[in-house]
Design a protein around this ligand. Sequence first.
Ligand SMILES: Cc1cc2nc3c(=O)[nH]c(=O)nc-3n(C[C@H](O)[C@H](O)[C@H](O)COP(=O)(O)O)c2cc1C
Length: 257
Amino acid sequence: MNDSILKTIGVAFSVCLVCSLIVSSAAVSLRDLQNENKLNDRRIKVLQVADIYNPNESISEQFNQLESKFIDFKTGMLMDEYNNFSLEDYDQVVATKNPNLSSRVPTSKDIAIIKNRENVGKIYILRNNLGSVDKLILPIRGYGLWGTLYGYISIEDDFNTVSGIEFYEHKETPGLGAEVDNPNWKNSWKGKKIYKNNEVVLSVIKGKVDNTDSLAAYKVDGLSGATITSRGVSNMVSYWFGESGYSQLLKELDYES
Ligand SMILES: Cc1cc2nc3c(=O)[nH]c(=O)nc-3n(C[C@H](O)[C@H](O)[C@H](O)COP(=O)(O)O)c2cc1C
């Protein structure tokens, strides 16, 4: 009989089997493409934060304008080699999952709540026509309200002035914490100063910056209704520009220039 229970189950099972095969083969065959798109998204953010992104040109060609370097966070030294990693493939966030390549951040110092910091990071350098440093593009990350925000800050050749900020991944709420992606807010970072007397002073305040304030250059408007995300961004700036992050490198470069 055509409407027997066994036949119905058999048809349902076959449909499920065919569908699951289609879905799993699509997932497998699209994995490389998804990874490539993810990499490209990140590269676009690096190009945008360096203010050199042109959507009409090839991403990889534009990316080649940048020089990448490993940074040893213990010494602040830039390196071209690190173990057997290639500069192109090294992913410092992946390295934080490997105890041989990362270190636990003591709770008292973990202001950005990153838990593990890679021993060696990767930064990008944009050089001018004369070959000297024009901008540095430095990865930053830290916890907001719902999860870790991952992004980049670019700084000018005085190694103290912000030239841009971009986030490529976060879990903050649209309209609240996700306003970290608002172009007006990102623009307001341009020209802000990080260090004053060797201390990281730059922070996202609550409310609007009063431009008559003598410390206005060290303050960024808070994201309204998103004090926790704002604090998270301040904390990640303090952490990554502090002694566990880029401060040794930046001091070194400043003495050289
Ligand atoms: C559904 C929901 C989503 C929220 N998302 C965020 C967020 O992404 N970032 C944030 O800082 N605060 C977020 N908040 C608000 C925080 O809980 C908290 O009230 C706020 O950070 C306080 O900021 P305020 O002092 O500027 O009002 C959210 C609240 C709700 C109810």
